[in-house]
Ligand binder design. Structure first.
Ligand SMILES: [Zn+2]
Length: 253
């Protein structure tokens, strides 16, 4: 096994961790954006409930005004009855009074209907406002949680980044370059185990001498897979393949 392999494996593990933490960190702004969209939806619901209430309120005011006008008119006619001189004029006044009262009666029915629809619309406004307050509270709490989590993840990532620097500093630059190139080709995966004369990275068969080199204890040349370019490492560094054993040295003592 090449002496840099243990360090490269450690480097790969750290890089994997950094990548996972970075992906986790990148999910935070998306969650915040989704919550903001939810909040905007709740705000829009309040606005449209208020928009529905406004014309009902305006119509009610208009009706109230009309009722009071008819009431004033009836009052005025009633006041005039004591001053009229002729029977004709008196009858005409009574007719006007009756007419005004009929109109008032009609409008009172309208008022009742309008009051009911206003109550309904006010209820909608209150319900949407309550829903908005609830969203604001839960989203504020969630945002705090997202930010705390992101801070924690970032702290771990920074620690991993400085660990990575320490590991990388112990690896010769040309080997580091091979590692970087292989990683770029395989979404960050630069190493592959050599098992049963196969590369575990791509599944392709390895040349016998390449495979043997990977398992040789004194191997000083880094072996890469011919097909995928991954740096090959022995799956079980403690147990080299049987073909490499030398019976003469084993029985020397
Ligand atoms: Zn391969």
């Amino acid at each position: 096994m090449h002496p840099a392999i243990p360090l490269l494996l450690e480097l790969q593990k750290t890089d994997n961790e950094i990548a996972a933490l970075r992906a986790n960190l990148e999910a935070a702004p998306k969650r915040i954006r989704e919550n903001d969209a939810r909040l905007n939806g709740a705000r829009a619901a309040v606005a449209s409930a208020k928009e529905a209430l406004a014309p009902i309120v305006a119509t009610r005011k208009k009706t109230d005004f009309e009722v009071s006008e008819w009431r004033e008119r009836a009052k005025k006619f009633r006041a005039q009855t004591s001053a009229v001189k002729t029977n004709e004029a008196y009858k005409a006044l009574l007719h006007e009074i009756a007419n005004a009262e009929t109109e008032m009666g009609k409008l009172e029915d309208v008022q009742l209907e309008q009051m009911m629809s206003a109550e309904e619309a006010e209820k909608n406004v209150k319900a949407s406002e309550a829903a908005l307050r609830e969203s604001e509270q839960s989203i504020a709490a969630e945002r705090k949680e997202i930010e705390n989590h992101a801070r924690e993840v970032n702290r771990k990532m920074q620690a991993d980044i400085s660990l990575r620097e320490k590991i990388a500093a112990q690896i010769p630059e040309e080997i580091l370059n091979v590692y970087t190139r292989a990683g770029k080709r395989h979404h960050g995966v630069a190493l592959a185990a050599a098992v049963n004369e196969q590369c575990r990275g791509c599944g392709m068969r390895l040349l016998p001498h390449v495979y043997q080199e990977v398992y040789k204890p004194e191997n000083l040349e880094l072996q890469t897979c011919e097909t995928c370019g991954c740096i090959l490492y022995p799956a079980e560094p403690a147990a080299p393949p049987t073909s490499g054993t030398n019976p003469t040295t084993a029985s020397a003592s």
